[in-house]
Ligand binder design. Structure first.
Ligand SMILES: NC(=O)c1ccc[n+]([C@@H]2O[C@H](COP(=O)([O-])OP(=O)(O)OC[C@H]3O[C@@H](n4cnc5c(N)ncnc54)[C@H](O)[C@@H]3O)[C@@H](O)[C@H]2O)c1
Length: 355
């Protein structure tokens, strides 16, 4: 296809995240968003009119009528697999939002379809496309890496379906999965997972009235195959906007705000502190502490890489291929499985199971 315009459709294009994809792609000269598909007809019409794109409430109809090269899928998690399979059948490259699925068995079906296809399926772990994550990969001393320790403090999810356990899967699966993806990038494959979760702190009538039926707080322990250990503590329990960005501060200057999402990476001679969406701090024996700020927008970088991969067929541009992201999803699902059964989960055995 070389450098011609990539013709896009966006499924869930009137939603919160779908709109971000639409706005970013609209700024690319070599991308053309032709159509969006969304079942919320009122919002669909509004967005389609504002951005001058064709509107569909039915994915099959969009795929039949539009001549597309690629699709972004940004719908609720339970419909990800069936929609991605349809796009692959139509010979389209896909950028699929995380998390891939709540069902290991369904995700395995898609895995087989991806292997059979010549199309790309890229998963929306945009942090891998950021300068600060690349910086960590360059400086990390993997020989002395000993421990990863992370947290993600959040509140009741803003989006209704994410509050429901059966739709969103809980905080680890829907949100902290971004950190699990980075844990794997830094420490390699996970061997064992053990998780304990609680509903305590978000178990009131008021919470239930909003449709919230999820766990409130989550603690997960990991052992990686190379012996590294990891811990991840996350929550939906807090009140909203606990660390607001000070008035007048632009989003790109978030370094002035406190942060609720971090990973500490512990090596013998080095502590690397990753502050999600903001910066990385490097503490090293005998050296001045270095701070590297996030540059640009990781979602823009991810979509840029996707467009160029579609044009050139160069796989190396893709940092989050389905086959790799599948293992990140498996770790998150294994954490839920562990918490529900009170058992240590061997990841390879879990992936080999029926799911
Ligand atoms: N990568 C990130 O940082 C990031 C951030 C936010 C959300 N997400 C992911 O993006 C996806 C969407 O999340 P969201 O927060 O935008 O949710 P949302 O509810 O705001 O948007 C989803 C949209 O999909 C539409 N929809 C539902 N079922 C549909 C169907 N069968 N066909 C077509 N459209 C359908 C809804 O009407 C809605 O407009 C999820 O997978 C979520 O985890 C990723």
């Amino acid at each position: 296809m070389s450098s011609s315009q990539v013709k896009f459709g966006i499924v869930g294009g009137a939603g919160r995240r779908g709109l971000v994809h639409l706005k970013v792609l609209k700024t690319f000269k070599d991308a053309h968003v032709k159509a969006i598909c969304d079942i919320d007809e009122a919002r669909l019409r509004k967005v389609a009119e504002a951005y001058k794109v064709n509107a569909y409430t039915d994915l099959d109809e969009m795929l039949n009528k539009e001549d597309l090269d690629a699709v972004v899928i940004s719908t609720p998690t339970p419909v990800h697999i069936s929609q991605t399979l349809k796009c692959l059948e139509g010979g389209l490259d896909v950028l699929l939002e995380k998390p891939i699925s709540l069902s290991l068995a369904e995700a395995k079906k898609l895995y087989d379809a991806v292997k059979r296809s010549n199309c790309f399926v890229v998963v929306g772990f945009q942090s891998r496309y950021s300068n600060i994550v690349r910086e960590i990969e360059n400086i990390l001393d993997r020989d002395t890496l000993s421990m990863l320790h992370g947290f993600w403090y959040w509140t009741i999810p803003i989006v209704g379906w994410i509050r429901r356990r059966s739709m969103g899967g809980g905080q680890i699966v829907d949100q902290a999965i971004h950190l699990i993806d980075l844990y794997r990038l830094f420490a390699g494959e996970v061997e064992k997972v053990y998780a304990v979760y609680t509903e305590r702190g978000r178990d009131t009538e008021e919470d239930r009235a909003t449709g919230f039926d999820n766990w409130a707080s989550y603690v997960v322990a990991f052992r990686f195959k190379n012996g590294v250990v990891g811990g991840l503590c996350t929550t939906y329990a807090l009140y909203p906007n606990i660390f607001p960005i000070p008035e007048g501060v632009k989003l790109e200057d978030r370094a002035t705000a406190e942060s609720a999402v971090m990973i500490d990476i512990i090596c013998r001679e080095m502590l690397i502190r990753y502050v999600h969406g903001k910066e990385v701090r490097v503490y090293q024996r005998g050296k001045e502490t270095r701070v590297i700020r996030l540059e640009g927008d990781s979602t823009v970088n991810m979509l840029r890489a996707f467009v160029e991969a579609v044009q050139t067929r160069d796989k190396t541009l893709i940092r989050t291929p389905y086959e790799d992201s599948f293992r990140t999803m498996a770790v998150a699902l294994a954490a839920n499985f562990s918490a529900e059964r009170g058992a240590v989960v061997d990841l390879d055995a879990f992936i080999s199971s029926e799911g």
